[in-house]
Design a protein around this ligand. Structure first.
Ligand code: SAM
Ligand code: SF4
Length: 326
């Protein structure tokens, strides 16, 4: 296992397989004028497979596929099967908006997907349309039903936003009554692709917790899994759990075991950095596995201590989360 310069193990890769998406969530992408990467600037599946092999040899054992929306890229299912068979890859997970996912759920079961994170900010069709700028809630709910029916572990991601979906907090929390899901309330981050436009953070992790405690005075803190970004709670008697993710306040950097590869093949060793290594250029210049390994190790040896340090080094973030994958 490889440890970074702050003695944190690097075991988890978040791999963005595309920057394209079939929704336009306002906190992630502008409504119009998005410049998608030309195809030849995306990593190919073969390139991604090779990088996963190299990273798995360094001790990365958990992979999360993300994007953009992973299921808009052709050939994803075959790629997932190949990743699943890669030596050293112990866990394969996926984050999806669920619009195209329902018919693929049986295949995900067959390949033994570890879990699916489904993004769903609201259970109200009109609010969903306003947030995502598309009328796709029924398809997303179909995916949720299929995941639950097939016993795939599910986490539901909801970014909490003043005037957009804060009234959904209790409705989403109530999903944990009957279902063994983890509903995760996430602080909004500034990765909206609108330049350096930082939203006012009305819903901090503290306020989310206070609201939940008001609604559920018996709310019980749970033991978080190691390296978790979420502080986990349970409403007594409920089957599922509730996670609160301080994504903007960044309280969890001290145990961060994550690295990211963007769709264009840039390595990020912190969500808030500006990309620390052009892996695509290295690959396409004919680097050997040993050279790739050396470049990764060098980057892991220079990780910022936390997201604030990373952001300070680069200046305000400007990019869309769809290029990073969350
Ligand atoms: N399209 C897929 C989806 O929506 O699940 C995967 C990619 S999406 C970028 C991954 C996660 O990032 C989603 O759960 C989304 O809600 C979250 N996200 C995107 N922009 C965000 C922002 N500005 N602040 C907080 N979370 C954000
Ligand atoms: Fe698409 Fe996911 Fe971004 Fe929404 S959060 S626009 S679904 S990539």
């Amino acid at each position: 296992m490889i440890f970074d310069n702050h003695n944190r193990p690097i075991t988890y890769l978040r791999l963005a397989v595309t920057d394209r998406c079939n929704l336009r969530c306002f906190y992630c992408m502008p409504e119009e004028g998005i410049k998608y990467l030309p195809k030849n600037q995306l990593l190919t599946y073969e390139e991604m497979e090779r990088l996963v092999r190299v990273l798995a040899r360094l001790g990365v054992s958990k992979i999360r596929i993300t994007g953009g929306e992973p299921f808009v890229r052709n050939g994803l299912i075959d790629f997932l099967w190949r990743l699943k068979a890669t030596e050293g890859v112990e866990e394969l997970h996926i984050t999806t908006n669920g619009v195209l996912t329902e018919p693929l759920v049986p295949e995900l079961v067959r390949m033994g997907i570890g879990s699916v994170n489904l993004s769903i900010d609201t259970l109200d069709r009109e609010r969903f349309r306003q947030i995502t700028r598309r009328d796709e809630l029924p398809a997303v709910l179909g995916t949720l039903d299929a995941l639950l029916a097939n016993d795939i572990p599910v986490k539901l991601n909801a970014v909490v936003m003043e005037g957009k979906n804060s009234e959904d907090l209790p409705l989403l929390a109530e999903l944990t009554r009957a279902h063994p899901v983890e509903v995760r309330f996430i602080e909004e981050m500034p990765f909206n692709g609108e330049g350096s436009h930082y939203p006012v953070l009305n819903w901090t992790h503290r306020r989310i917790l206070q609201e939940l405690q008001l609604l559920y005075p018996g709310l019980k803190r749970q033991t978080d899994s190691p390296f978790s970004t979420a502080a986990t709670y349970r409403i007594p008697g409920y089957r599922g759990t509730i996670g609160i993710i301080a994504a903007f306040t960044r309280t969890f950097c001290g145990t961060c075991n994550r690295i990211r590869l963007t769709a264009q093949g840039t390595l990020k060793t912190c969500l808030y950095d500006n990309g620390v290594l052009d892996v695509r250029a290295l690959l396409r210049s004919g680097a050997t596995d040993a050279e790739l390994t050396a470049a990764f190790l060098k980057a892991f040896g220079h990780r910022p201590k936390n997201g604030f340090e990373a952001e300070h080094e680069r200046g305000p973030v400007t990019e869309s989360m769809s290029t990073i994958g969350g």
